[in-house]
Design a protein around this ligand. Structure first.
Ligand SMILES: Cc1cc2nc3c(=O)[nH]c(=O)nc-3n(C[C@H](O)[C@H](O)[C@H](O)COP(=O)(O)OP(=O)(O)OC[C@H]3O[C@@H](n4cnc5c(N)ncnc54)[C@H](O)[C@@H]3O)c2cc1C
Length: 393
């Protein structure tokens, strides 16, 4: 791959905006001589023989954004909390708290939560905090849920909306949700929940994008960004944008959430519902629908569409404490998609695919090649004490 391809790095991805409609506001950035010594980062050993698995997941995307509202299902109060796109790991505490508040309008304090992914589990905890006795019904539980196939950084706008169809009411809901979720996740930082802060680098040649920001997000949530000048960073680009990023390790996080809801008395029933009438027949007077993509057939939401996403995982490298966004943009299925790397205990996670309305669970080999080869090229081209890595074949 040519250097030109490498340097078209995905600054959109810096803000997790791939496949969203949130256009960045940009400002010109002036190149200045290096002021600081070159940053030395341990290198990712990216090569095909270090690939240990590839997973496929389906982000529950709605062009208009998640659904969070109270409704009726026969005589029951039905609260919808679904459709979080590529942002569910980031936003779930926010919409969970707001959904649980909606449930307070009903006097009785027993509730059925449908869904055992991150949205269902966090909603169950928020309901327990408000004194509800909770029964979770789910066709599948972690690790067999989309939430476990997430990258999962704090990317509250990724794959969340598309086009310009969001309403002012939805935007207000989103901003409340992101504020709550951002604070809540910070309180869970530590080994128990598998949440940590790391540093993200976005290699880029685009000085205008380097000054960009996400119009949907309050500035305090965007993180302190710093533009590293040529000579200050090891990436094969003129600039690298450095910012703090929250990392969630899904397998640790979801197990801990599951444990928490059980400790606080939840019953868990593994059951798949074929239609809404079956849910209406449940004994609980309040139902919270956290079924993600499942809401499409259960509640007839035609807007719901999967954004198929793949993650290819390399052998773990415990010394890696930084993530990268961008680095190559070759042969992407959708224009504007970048590549992302997140180091976790269960491996070095490589992502950056999003295929709209694709339901096939098989790995897309062309996309897998783009993601893995893009990272091999990026890390091979990094300057550093280890010298160049072997070329890919
Ligand atoms: C490749 C990839 C990368 C991602 N990266 C990020 C990221 O970096 N940051 C981020 O915030 N998010 C990310 N996401 C998105 C995130 O994973 C989703 O937004 C989140 O998992 C949605 O959670 P959920 O609980 O709604 O859905 P799920 O985890 O799918 O849970 C849905 C639950 O409902 C149950 N259910 C569904 N239908 C029925 C039915 N008919 N009857 C009974 N139960 C039913 C399921 O069994 C399951 O328990 C990523 C996703 C993918 C695929």
């Amino acid at each position: 791959m040519k250097r030109r391809d490498l340097i078209k790095s995905g600054s959109l991805a810096v803000l997790g905006m791939a496949a969203t409609a949130c256009a960045p506001r940009s400002a010109a950035v002036v190149t200045t001589p290096a002021r600081r010594p070159m940053l030395v980062l341990p290198r990712i050993h990216a090569s095909w023989d270090r690939v240990i698995r590839t997973t496929v997941g389906f982000r529950p995307h709605r062009p208009g954004g998640f659904v969070l509202r109270a409704d009726k299902l026969g005589s029951k109060l039905l609260i919808h909390n679904y459709g979080h796109g590529g942002s569910g790991m980031s936003l779930s505490w926010g919409t969970a708290q707001m959904a649980a508040d909606l449930a307070l309008q009903q006097n009785e304090r027993t509730v059925a939560v449908i869904g055992g992914g991150v949205v269902g589990l966090t909603t169950a905890r928020e309901l327990q905090r408000r004194g509800f006795g909770v029964t979770i019904y789910a066709a599948a539980l972690p690790p067999e849920v989309t939430s476990n196939w997430s990258l999962a950084g704090f990317t509250p706008t990724s794959g969340l909306i598309s086009g310009n169809v969001r309403t002012p009411e939805w935007t207000a809901q989103f901003q409340q949700a992101v504020d709550i979720a951002y604070r809540r996740l910070q309180l869970l930082v530590g080994p128990k929940y598998g949440i940590t802060w790391i540093t993200n680098y976005a290699p880029t040649d685009d000085d205008k994008m380097a000054g960009g920001s996400n119009a949907l997000l309050p500035t305090h949530i965007q993180g302190a960004r710093e533009l590293l000048q040529p000579g200050e960073h090891p990436f094969p680009t003129r600039f690298a944008i450095q910012r703090p990023e929250m990392r969630i390790e899904p397998s640790i996080y979801l197990e801990a959430l599951l444990e928490d809801v059980k400790i606080f008395g939840a019953s868990i029933i593994v059951r798949k519902f074929e239609k809404a009438e079956e849910i209406a027949a449940l004994p609980q007077p309040v139902i919270v629908n956290c079924t993600g993509l499942g809401a499409k057939t259960l509640f007839g939401d035609d807007q719901l569409v999967p954004l198929k996403g793949q993650l290819t995982v390399l052998v773990p490298q415990p010394e890696i404490e930084y993530s990268t966004s961008g680095g190559a943009r070759v042969q992407s299925a959708e224009p504007g998609l970048g590549i992302h790397m997140m180091p976790r205990r269960d491996g070095i996670i490589l992502g950056g695919t999003s295929e709209r309305d694709v339901w096939t669970p098989e790995v897309n080999e062309k996309e897998r090649q783009r993601i893995v080869n893009g990272h091999i090229d990026l890390y091979n081209a990094m300057k550093g004490p280890m010298g160049p890595m072997p070329r890919r074949t």
